[in-house]
Write a protein that binds this ligand. Structure first.
Ligand code: HAX
Length: 444
């Protein structure tokens, strides 16, 4: 066994008294208020979740365990001769808050390999699904099917779970599940787009390297995979995929049930599916222009046409961020270094030059800047992964790292079942009329 679990155990034991102290001595202290527009408007900005895995500042962007994207990429150990860190070492950081040594990262690499067996019934199930099924549906179905393997569910059935040890069973499921995801995802890809010509895993490779190998894409796609999974891993806990995973886990559902639900949320076009939407949208207006690279004027027309038809510009805007997403910037920097002359990259760059001003002029979006999804398809396309409805599955592998680290800690800290309170529209009307000392509401 790697030292990861023992380090995590120490961290959990150190952290528990902090939570107990807050609850016991400061439980009634207010940390915010909820307005009518927040109650109606998707709880935007309501502080009602606690996580230490990552924090999203509206102007700075994401920090993982306190480290910026650049710091993570720089500080974490890397495979020999490679520029991006081991995904396994990054998982060590998410779980423990500590940068692992190379030796510790390699221990987790071995741990993942030992756990990576995918039961054959998962492949049988995928084989029987209709060919046109969306790959995110296949991915979520495969994860759900593996619930049969849950160590947590089995221990629960046997009456072995209590408040103190439940995180250890969750941890087992989390590591097993993550280590299987690359093979499941690559299988879906090859089954759906490469006539079922499946490539077996190579036990000599790390998470990113093995994924690239099973996808059948040569170097440096292993580097792209490592970068991509790390960038997409976590975005604090209020986004749809993270919150859904946390919510489902709060009912003591195991990691398989919880992650499958979170992946379904990621599959929505306003969330993770936006990365495929960006490519679809670009291809669509390229087709309308007879395949020609559009001029800036034509691009502006296409953006306005989309807005005027009541649709959103995919890859732009964000519920929390108020600047260009640093995950966008990290991928843009990769493109500037390795594929500066790529036609699609240049087109996406041109969009970056025109969309923010148009969104500002349109006057609705609070954040006119690009998010992670505006750029992520470019790199995939360049390395030959042109089946863009698969892009959200890549996002899903990355996102699993963050949300599964979160639910391990949820169990360790004994977070209870989540159950916010709802009110009726009539109650809201009553509350606002009382607060203005009148029973007459403004008529509409
Ligand atoms: N294009 C057009 N209009 C947009 C917009 C965009 N990219 N972003 C926001 N708006 C509009 C909203 O639709 C909303 O309009 P209404 O008042 O008519 O409903 C208004 O601007 C205010 O929205 P907001 O407060 O700025 O944004 P929200 O917090 O409500 O929503 C979204 C955030 C990311 C969902 C939104 O910006 C959007 O739809 N963007 C396009 C889809 C996208 O790229 N999603 C991926 C986001 C990142 C992510 O989660 N990846 O997984």
């Amino acid at each position: 066994m790697s030292s990861l679990k023992e380090v995590l155990r120490t961290k959990v034991e150190e952290h528990r008294p902090r939570m107990t102290n807050l609850l016991k001595n400061y439980g009634d202290r207010k940390i915010g208020e909820v307005t009518v527009s927040q109650a109606i408007g998707g709880m935007r900005g309501v502080k009602g979740l606690v996580t230490d895995i990552s924090y999203l500042d509206p102007y700075e962007g994401i920090r993982f365990r306190g480290y910026t994207i650049n710091e993570v990429m720089e500080k974490l150990p890397k495979p020999d001769g490679k520029g991006y860190p081991f995904v396994e070492g990054f998982m060590y950081l998410l779980l423990t808050g500590e940068i692992p040594t190379k030796e510790q990262a390699l221990e987790v690499v071995e741990e993942f390999k030992k756990r990576s067996y995918v039961p054959s019934y998962v492949f049988d199930l995928l084989n029987t699904m209709p060919k046109e099924t969306h790959p995110m549906t296949m991915f979520s179905t495969a994860i759900l099917a593996m619930q049969n393997e849950s160590v947590f569910a089995n221990a629960y059935k046997m009456g072995l779970i209590n408040k103190f040890n439940s995180w250890e069973y969750m941890y087992e499921d989390v590591l097993n599940l993550i280590s299987r995801l690359p093979e499941v995802a690559a299988y879906i890809y090859r089954l759906k787009y490469k006539n079922g010509d499946i490539i077996k895993p190579d036990k000599n490779l790390d998470f990113g390297g093995n994924f690239a190998h099973m996808m059948g894409i040569g170097d440096p796609y292993d580097e792209v995979a490592r970068m991509y999974f790390i960038l997409h891993s976590d975005h604090e806990s209020g986004n749809v995929s993270a919150h859904t995973t946390h919510l489902v886990a709060s009912a003591l559902s195991d990691a398989y049930l919880s992650l499958s639900a979170g992946i379904n949320g990621l599959a929505g076009p306003l969330h993770g599916l936006a990365n495929q939407e960006v490519l679809g949208w670009i291809q669509n207006f390229m087709k309308q222009l007879g395949g020609k690279v559009p001029t800036e004027e034509k691009l502006k027309d296409a953006v306005w046409d989309t807005l005027n038809s009541g649709q959103v510009i995919p890859g732009y805007g964000h519920a929390v961020l108020r600047k260009t997403d640093p995950r966008y910037t990290a991928q843009r920097e990769y493109c500037l270094k390795y594929l500066p002359n790529d036609e699609l990259f240049q087109l996406v760059s041109k969009l970056y030059a025109v969309v923010p001003d148009i969104l500002r002029e349109a006057g609705k979006a609070k954040n006119p800047f690009p998010n992670v999804d505006a750029q992520s398809g470019v790199i995939q396309w360049y390395y030959g992964l042109k089946e863009y409805d698969f892009y959200t599955v890549l996002f899903g592998i990355g996102r699993s790292l963050g949300v599964l680290a979160n639910i391990t800690w949820d169990r360790a800290l004994g977070y209870p079942i989540e159950r916010p309170k709802s009110v009726t529209t009539g109650m809201l009307e009553e509350m606002v009329s009382q607060s203005f000392g009148t029973t007459t509401l403004v008529s509409v």
